[in-house]
Design a protein. Structure first.
Length: 128
């Protein structure tokens, strides 16, 4: 049975973004407009459902975190990728105060042109 991925578009001070959720948690956040073809390529074995109502709270929390990286927000994550990528994500999650370090870097605000279509570092990528 295929995994269901629900997705929706949001808006932040850095521009539009799209978020995708699986039953396990946040599976993707990427800057740029929602593009179903890109989502199908990323989640090859999933049923995609555009569901802004279900993601309304998540989109609000993500927009708040993007606009104010000094704040914190908790998300259940559905980390995806190769075994090596998952090991890297696990190692990153075990680094003390990584969130604070990433927050200081995020305050530099990368140029909007560099963020178009770029996934946030908080979520892994790969097929489901």
């Amino acid at each position: 049975m295929a995994n269901t991925i629900r997705y929706a578009a949001g808006q932040s001070s850095l521009g539009p973004f799209v978020a995708a959720l699986s039953d396990r948690g946040l599976a993707m956040v990427a800057f740029g407009a929602a593009n179903e073809a890109d989502l199908k390529a990323r989640f090859t074995n999933a049923d995609l459902v555009e569901d802004p109502a279900m993601l309304q709270e998540t989109l609000g929390k993500l927009a708040g975190l993007i606009d104010h990286p000094e704040t914190s927000a908790e998300f259940a994550l559905d980390l995806q990728g190769s075994p090596f990528e998952l090991k890297v994500w696990q190692a990153l999650r075990e680094i003390p105060d990584l969130r604070l370090s990433l927050g200081r870097q995020a305050q530099a605000r990368p140029a909007r042109a560099r963020t178009q279509g770029a996934p946030l570092a908080a979520v892994g990528c790969g097929p489901t």
